[in-house]
Each structure stands twice: as C-alpha cells, then as structure tokens.
Design a protein around this ligand. Structure first.
Ligand SMILES: [Zn+2]
Length: 202
C-alpha cells in the first residue's frame, strides 16, 4: 500500500491517494483543487476505483464532482452521512452542491480496491456519519482524530458523547497504528493515547 496525502483548499484538508502496486487507487476526501489532484493522478498513473469520504463537510468534498467526471469513479459514504450530501446545514457548503452516493457504507464493511482492503469504522461525533478507513497498519481518520487534538463536535450533526465513544473505539487499535488525519500531520494511536488530552485515560 502506497499513499500520498495532499493538503488542499483553504483549510488544508488532507486528500489521500491510496494505491496498490498495480496502481489501483482510492481517493479519500478530495476536498478542493481538482485540477491539481487530477494532474497527480495522471502523473502517478493511477486507476481511480473509488472516492471514499470520511465525512461530508465542504472542505472534504469540493473536488468530488470533477474527479467523478474525469475518472468515472463511484462515491462511497456512510449511511448516516447521506443527508449531508444534499443538505448544506450539515455540509456547510456555501453554494448549491449536491452529490449522490453510489455505495452506502456501514460499520464493519470492507471496501476492496485492487489488492487493498479498507475496513470501515463508524466513528460518529464530528458528524453523524464520520468514518475512519483502516488499511493495513494505517488509519485514515478524517476529522475524528488529529495529532494532539480531535475534530470539533459542535457543528450540526456533531455529538461530543458520541465522539468520546468513537475515541474509545480507536484506543483499542494497536499502538503502532499509523494515523493520517483529515488535517495536519501524521501520528500513531499509541502516541495519541499517551499525549492527546482527549485520549489520555480514555
Ligand atoms: Zn469536518
């Protein structure tokens, strides 16, 4: 498994290109800068098989349509996040922007992309349908867990007690699990359990 994470847009949301040796790829959270992402996809010679969303906030979705048009890839999103695809109350998009899911995910589902298997962990709290995608030893965590912090739970659909449950769930993963957050740099579950004020003692 190889991945490249590209901070895109004003909020520097991490868009991750994840692929196997045959260049079968998933794109996680194409938040903005579609032209730049498409150039990278072409440069690496990737065959985009799916677009996976960790959640439906504007800064994670604004390049979805252009990537779908260019690649024909289907859009995968958790079932509890489907309303946000068309409702700006949840997505916080500032302009008409409607998406539709090609596959609706549930906790425990797996997504096969070439030789890669992504396990879906439903981690509500930042939004109702937030998920983390676990592939090999790497967790693509969206806005649930950041290095030293966590995602906000005070937006529409946010729920701090659900977030706490989700963090307890993540704390059961092996310490060496690499975490690629939706914003900022990488970390590990073990490091966050020792140092993140929201995970210490959870
Ligand atoms: Zn978010």
């Amino acid at each position: 498994m190889t991945y490249q994470c590209i901070p895109v847009g004003q909020l520097a949301a991490n868009c991750c290109l994840v692929y196997d040796e045959q260049k079968n790829a998933a794109v996680i959270d194409p938040g903005d800068e579609a032209a730049r992402l498409l150039t990278l996809i072409e440069t690496y010679g990737l065959q985009v098989q799916a677009i996976l969303l960790t959640h439906v906030h504007f800064d994670h979705i604004q390049a979805v349509k252009e990537l779908q048009t260019a690649t024909g890839a289907p859009l995968f999103v958790h079932e509890a996040e489907v309303p946000a695809l068309t409702d700006p109350t949840f997505s916080m998009v500032m302009f008409p922007y409607h998406l539709s899911a090609d596959r609706v995910l549930r906790d425990g589902d797996t997504v096969e992309i070439g030789k890669l298997t992504f396990s879906v962990l439903h981690t509500p709290g930042h939004t109702r349908g937030s998920v983390c995608y676990h592939c090999g030893d790497t967790l693509f965590a969206g806005d649930t867990l950041f290095a030293g912090s966590i995602g906000r739970a005070d937006f529409a659909g946010g729920d701090f007690s659900a977030m706490r449950q989700s963090l307890m769930h993540l704390a059961t993963l092996p310490d060496e699990t690499r975490v690629v957050p939706g914003h900022g740099g990488e970390t590990t579950i073990g490091f966050e359990k020792r140092s993140n004020p929201f995970m210490i003692g959870i």
